[in-house]
Design a protein around this ligand. Structure first.
Ligand SMILES: Cc1ncc(COP(=O)(O)O)c(C=O)c1O
Length: 352
């Protein structure tokens, strides 16, 4: 242990993943279609216009303007970052003091806890029903008020369960609490329900979004936050200048101009999700949780065998066997049809 390390980082282990190369990646909820194929000319020509010798816009102004037009918001309501992870971290840095209570779902996206622990916050997970893995926002509201939460974090739809919350449910939580409310809409494009149009009248509400999922740009690292300008101004205090590089901004703007292409891919992936659900639900001992995102959470007694068989066939999925509520669960991203076929083949072989 490094003797100079801050005390509250001692218990944190760096985020690690299996970096073995695979043929099929169904573990990270990415879009399986690479936009560099469809938009090659447009991306190359836009990149060629970038002045690589100059710093980019200090606060990603061109991308913020494009997002504002696309989403019918004010530019001052938007902040951009190096993936939505950076926005999440900025939110915690700007608003959370050591010891502040943060209430969130469990299970949910693991980085909320990590960023909370880096700040020295008191992270309080409110567990889902162990059978259905469904979380209740009524329970979250009650706990947030009991704990006097500084921040409530809701992932909508939730990773890894796929559970979607309605706008009405979330607004009720906002009205019945005094906390800041962060709604992570990383998978929103697969669901449709959003709170962004509520950010102007609710100065305690922050929404985060990403280009990593529906827009197929996980490798380019672009995310954004939407909130009342007073909250964005607070986030700007912790944002490093030029935090989003010119190439990523440029590529994200090309993607935004081609929204229709991604809308079609989303519709196609939702059909594939239905096909996977229909094929998987009848296997004995397999339970599927209803998903509003581009992945499925599956609970099965054969989880270890399926994960091992996937590895052998060079398919990467996300297994959680050892972890409490997610015991025997597998999270599987929706891939291209031929990738999904390979996954289904594994289920067939393991259950033969
Ligand atoms: C719910 C959720 N939020 C945020 C992220 C981070 O995405 P990115 O930093 O690529 O925008 C992820 C990535 O898997 C996620 O699942």
């Amino acid at each position: 242990m490094n003797p100079y390390l801050r005390k509250n980082l001692e218990a944190i282990t760096p985020y690690t993943i299996d970096t073995t190369p695979y043929e099929v990646y169904l573990h990270a909820n990415e879009n399986p279609f690479n936009p560099f194929r469809d938009l090659k000319e447009e991306i190359m020509s836009a990149l060629f216009q970038c002045n690589g010798n100059r710093y980019p816009s200090i606060n990603a102004a061109p991308l913020r303007q494009a997002l504002a037009r696309d989403l019918n918001l004010l530019e001052d309501q938007i902040i951009c970052g190096n993936g939505s992870d950076e926005i999440l971290q900025m939110i915690l840095q700007a608003f959370i003091d050591p010891g502040d209570p943060i209430v969130s779902l469990s299970p949910t996206f693991g980085m909320y806890r990590i960023f909370a622990e880096i700040q020295g916050a008191n992270f309080i997970p409110v567990e889902a029903n162990p059978e259905t893995l469904q979380s209740s926002l009524v329970e979250l509201t009650k706990r947030a008020n009991e704990e006097k939460a500084k921040l409530i974090v809701i992932c909508n739809p939730n990773n890894p369960t796929g559970q979607g919350f309605t706008k009405k449910e979330i607004l009720t939580l906002v009205h019945e609490t005094k906390s800041l409310v962060l709604v992570d809409e990383a998978y929103m494009e697969f669901y449709g329900e959003t709170l962004i149009d509520q950010t102007m009248n609710h100065p305690r509400l922050i929404v985060t979004r990403t280009f990593s999922k529906a827009f197929g740009l996980a490798g380019i690292r672009v995310g954004y936050g939407i909130a009342n300008p007073s909250l964005i101004e607070a986030l700007d205090r912790v944002r490093a200048p030029y935090n989003l590089n010119a190439a990523s901004q440029t590529i994200a703007m090309v993607a935004l101009k081609n929204r229709l292409l991604f809308d079609k891919q989303v519709a196609f992936l939702l059909q594939e999700r239905n096909r996977l659900e229909t094929s998987l639900k009848d296997y004995p001992g397999v339970s599927l949780f209803p998903s509003e995102a581009n992945f499925l959470l599956v609970r099965t007694e054969n989880a270890v065998d399926i994960e091992t068989a996937c590895k052998k066939s060079s398919i990467q999925i996300r297994g959680y066997q050892s972890a409490g509520l997610l015991k025997n669960c597998l999270r599987i991203s929706v891939g291209k049809p031929e990738e999904n076929d390979r996954l289904l083949q594994i289920f067939q072989e393991v259950h033969a």
